[in-house]
Write a protein that binds this ligand. Structure first.
Ligand SMILES: [Zn+2]
Length: 366
């Protein structure tokens, strides 16, 4: 038995579900904080769990370069290494090889590249990506894909998507089935509905435990992202989780849930926490702004996070101006709590069959 996905409620295309993995249950729709190098930056694992987070994402690219997948496996796997007892999804490394590595060469076999850390040479094939994710002990493994840049001509997107589908097949074959662990395929095809549908059909043919939509939110604009989702999501199996990769802003999450997406990841809440940007029910607050210097009020009086219950805007402003590490810690904790609460509110609205109203009110308030 790999991962199990139960559908608990529906409201239009929006779904409220539960995913069961070897490291616990995940209520969907869910947001997964990004734990790039075996840590959600500026957070302890206890702090991450306290935000309501049930699953984090680990980056294959970073971990294969440093400290190395074999070393993590010898030390008991990624869960033990980073002291995170709950679920972990690992990406395939493909996206970051394309965006960070130097001198990369893409061939049928896979991609060769030089590390951005020390210039040493690596090869990432579908088989090696799956082996690394196995060594890390991922609950959810992602197939290796090629991330097509935007914009690209239809023909370039098509041949890139076809390569990703051949890699998906090899990834699926290389994956070792274990209880509570699953592998997701990734739909590619840029902004072209015909290619997206062909990609989805190929992946369903191969058969995956879940289906991701990749290659979006890379500059095409929110309207186009939603149009691609509207064209793609109905072609995905009803009984499997759907994951929109690398998205996004709060309004993007609400809109994508409306399209039937169940899972998300993005560096936005953690990265913003380190640059003094806080997400609140009244929009984004920049705590570096001088208007907070004398403000004794909390960041968000309704938020139960440590930053909002213990400190003033004036103090958070001071920490960020002084470059104090505590500022990054508190605002990251707040932002992850905001995202977790937003997902919980969406789940409740779907259960109450009032998600359309929720989404309209959210858009009105943003
Ligand atoms: Zn807060």
């Amino acid at each position: 038995m790999s991962v199990r996905f139960e559908m608990l409620a529906r409201d239009g295309a929006a779904r409220r579900g539960r995913l069961t993995t070897a490291h616990g249950e995940i209520d969907t729709p869910v947001f997964m904080p990004v734990g790039t190098s075996g840590t959600v930056k500026a957070m302890t694992p206890e702090g991450v769990a306290a935000t309501g987070t049930q699953i984090v994402l680990g980056n294959t690219y970073h971990l294969m370069l440093r400290p190395g997948a074999e070393r993590i496996a010898a030390l008991g796997g990624l869960h033990r290494f980073m002291n995170w007892p709950y679920a972990i999804l690992t990406d395939s490394g493909g996206f970051q090889v394309m965006s960070l590595a130097a001198r990369r060469t893409i061939a049928e076999a896979g991609v060769t590249f030089r590390s951005h850390l020390d210039g040493s040479l690596y090869e990432l094939t579908p088989e090696r990506s799956i082996a690394i994710q196995h060594l890390l002990g991922a609950d959810i493994t992602m197939a290796l894909d090629e991330c097509t840049p935007y914009p690209s001509p239809h023909q370039a997107v098509e041949s890139s998507m076809e390569l990703s589908m051949r890699w998906a097949e090899r990834s699926r074959r290389a994956f070792v089935d274990r209880p509570g662990r699953g592998i997701f395929g990734i739909v590619q095809g840029g902004v072209h509905p015909d290619l997206r549908l062909r990609s989805a059909a190929r992946l369903i043919d191969i058969g995956f435990d879940g289906y991701a939509v990749g290659g979006l939110a890379i500059g095409e604009g929110q309207g186009t992202t939603f149009a691609v989702l509207d064209a793609t999501v109905p072609a995905l199996p009803e009984d499997r989780p759907r994951y929109l990769m690398g998205v996004g802003k709060p309004a993007d999450l609400v809109g994508a849930v409306l399209c039937g997406i169940d899972m998300f990841d993005c560096v936005l809440p953690t990265r913003s926490g380190r640059t003094a940007q806080a997400f609140t029910r009244r929009g984004v607050v920049n705590l570096r702004n001088a208007r907070h210097a004398d403000d004794p009020a909390p960041l968000d009086p309704e938020c139960p996070c440590p930053a909002c219950t213990g400190y003033s805007r004036a103090y958070l402003h001071h920490l960020s101006r002084a470059g104090e590490i505590l500022g990054s810690m508190l605002l990251t904790a707040h932002n992850l709590r905001y995202y977790a609460d937003l997902m919980a509110a969406m789940r409740s609205a779907i259960e109450a069959v009032s998600f359309t109203e929720f989404a309209a009110a959210f858009e009105g308030a943003a």
